[in-house]
Design a protein around this ligand. Structure first.
Ligand SMILES: [Zn+2]
Length: 404
């Protein structure tokens, strides 16, 4: 074992770069072997390095180098025919970089450590995926998040099964070894996995902390993932975004039970996953949501009506989408009165045409249209009416009475 990495080496080749002997080394003093001029850039060739030059889907390192007391940024490192080139961010007089002089290398450790965690997480996750019969086609571990492209589309259940499996291995805090035999290098995660790999990794799976698929692309052909606190933070953010959309859409400001909202969303998605027609799906979802909502007091003209009120402004619902709801409500047995806020300028009123309600509503709508200051347009839709304000916010005409 060297440094904090666990390296098992036999027949070690002296030309092995230092990052393969100690992934945790942040600084190294090296010697300039030569300077190469590539385009308008200067690149250092050193006798040894802690900078990973990129390759095997792992990004190259970045960092700094101090040469004769002067500091240069290294934003690019690459390997060309077994030579590792460290590009300097600025051009300088090459006579000030004599061959044989000592330089101090410093890698951008935070960035590199993150890549090590992402890379090791990929080994653990892909081991599970391979056991499920799929393989890796492409990817990129870092610098901010990981991307894995599979050889074919993978169903979400399998992806989430392997996500859970990956977190199990992380929690077991297994040792990670680099096994070197001359130029053949494998990464061995205890008894769980062993793969040929020349990249950098953490030495214990527990260092990864946590693994999460953050998005599934192209019907399961690829995933983005993240690790550690960044993964947890992104879950919290996504979860809260989803909840606030649900809370606002469902008008649940007065009674927020997160589990209830969550269950409502899950149930709704499950119930309608088999319906192909988007319009039908939307209608049935809305109906399902409506029946769970309490009646609210809504002032139209001078009269206060009791109705279900649902704010759909975020969903870009158009009156034509409400046709099916109109049919369902107008043919239903109960006297339902539903108000959908469609935008800041318009609402749809959908109701069972009871004579009493219709008469009252017509009277109030006449009152509104006669009023000089309110310019509104009333049009019929299946099972109801759409009221569009031409000159002011619809909330000032159709008022939801806030009850505390
Ligand atoms: Zn690897």
């Amino acid at each position: 074992m060297l440094g904090s990495s666990r390296v098992i080496a036999t027949n070690i080749d002296e030309s092995l770069p230092f990052y393969l002997l100690d992934d945790y080394r942040k600084e190294l003093v090296a010697e300039i072997k030569r300077i190469e001029k590539i385009g308008d850039k200067l690149a250092l060739v050193l006798d040894d390095t802690i900078f990973y030059p990129g390759g095997g889907h792992q990004p190259h390192d970045t960092g700094r180098v101090i040469i004769n007391g002067r500091e240069f940024l290294i934003n690019k490192v690459e390997k060309r025919e077994n030579t590792i080139l460290h590009y300097l961010n600025e051009f300088t007089d090459t006579t000030k970089l004599p061959v044989g002089s000592k330089v101090k290398l410093m890698i951008d450790w935070e960035r590199r450590y993150r890549i090590m965690k992402l890379h090791t997480a990929e080994h653990i996750f892909m081991e599970c995926i391979r056991k499920e019969g799929y393989d890796l086609e492409n990817g990129q571990w870092g610098p901010d998040k990981g991307l894995i492209v599979f050889n074919e589309e993978i169903p979400p259940e399998t992806l989430f099964k392997c996500e859970a499996g990956t977190n199990k291995i992380i929690r077991k805090d297994l040792s990670v070894y680099r096994v070197i035999n001359r130029n053949y290098i494998t990464i061995k995660i205890d008894e769980y996995s062993e793969r040929p790999c020349g990249g950098t990794h953490v030495s214990r799976t527990g260092e990864i902390g946590f693994f999460k698929i953050i998005s599934i692309l192209k019907r399961g052909k690829a995933v983005y993932f993240n690790v550690g606190n960044e993964a947890i933070d992104s879950i919290i953010k996504d979860y809260n975004d989803l909840l606030s959309i649900a809370i606002n859409t469902l008008n649940l400001r007065q009674e927020i039970d997160l589990r209830k909202v969550n269950k409502m969303i899950l149930d709704t998605v499950k119930d309608f996953s088999g319906i192909r027609n988007q319009n039908e799906k939307l209608s049935r979802m809305l109906i399902k949501i409506i029946i769970q909502l309490p009646y609210r007091e809504v002032k139209i003209g001078e009269h206060v009506f009791k109705a279900h009120y649902l704010d759909l402004t975020d969903l870009e619902v158009q009156p034509k989408h409400l046709k099916r709801i109109g049919q369902l409500i107008s043919s239903g047995e109960k006297e339902e009165f539903v108000i959908f806020k469609l935008s800041e300028e318009s609402v749809a009123l959908i109701f069972k045409r009871s004579k009493k309600l219709f008469k009252k509503l017509r009277k109030e709508l006449r009152r509104i249209t006669k009023n000089e200051s309110t310019k509104v347009q009333v049009s019929s839709i299946e099972g109801g009416l759409v009221i569009k304000s031409m000159n002011q916010n619809i909330d000032s005409i159709i008022k939801l009475i806030q009850t505390s």
